[in-house]
Design a binder for this molecule. Structure first.
Ligand SMILES: [Zn+2]
Length: 142
């Protein structure tokens, strides 16, 4: 597979906090939908997304961007507000990531913006699942 750059834009703490607060202060959008929050990794890069049908989403990723090294984290988390939850999860992960590399994918030709490099720590899957559960709970109680 193509090389995966580890450097990339990561917004400042201030920007991320402002975006989080602004989103949390608003009522949940009427177009928000229930769904599963899923996680996979491609070597060092982690991706969190949302779907209302996990097995279909797995097939779509395989077809549209067939990266062989992709490994799915088996746990997905259900939320009634998948859009807001995914958005806030991306902010929370960006806060702890090393970088958010932006590169043209050699498999599908797209520029993936929402893959995060978290460093080599073996606990990254647990960290991401913890962030997901915390944000799901936050959205439900706010
Ligand atoms: Zn791709």
């Amino acid at each position: 597979m193509a090389r995966m750059p580890k450097r990339g834009p990561r917004r400042s703490e201030n920007v991320l906090t402002r975006l989080w607060n602004r989103t949390a202060a608003k009522a949940v959008s009427r177009v928000d939908r229930p769904g599963w929050i899923y996680v996979f990794r491609e070597r060092d890069l982690w991706k969190v997304g949302r779907t209302n049908n996990r097995s279909r989403r797995v097939r779509e990723w395989r077809r549209v961007c067939p990266v062989r090294e992709r490994q799915w984290v088996p746990q997905s988390v259900w939320t009634p507000f998948a859009n807001r939850t995914e958005f806030l999860i991306h902010l929370a992960i960006e806060r702890v990531c090393v970088s958010r590399p932006r590169f043209r994918c050699h498999e599908c030709g797209k520029v993936h913006r929402e893959k995060f490099y978290l460093g080599d720590d073996l606990g990254n899957a647990e960290l991401i699942l913890l962030i997901i559960q915390n944000v799901v709970d936050f959205v439900l109680t706010n």
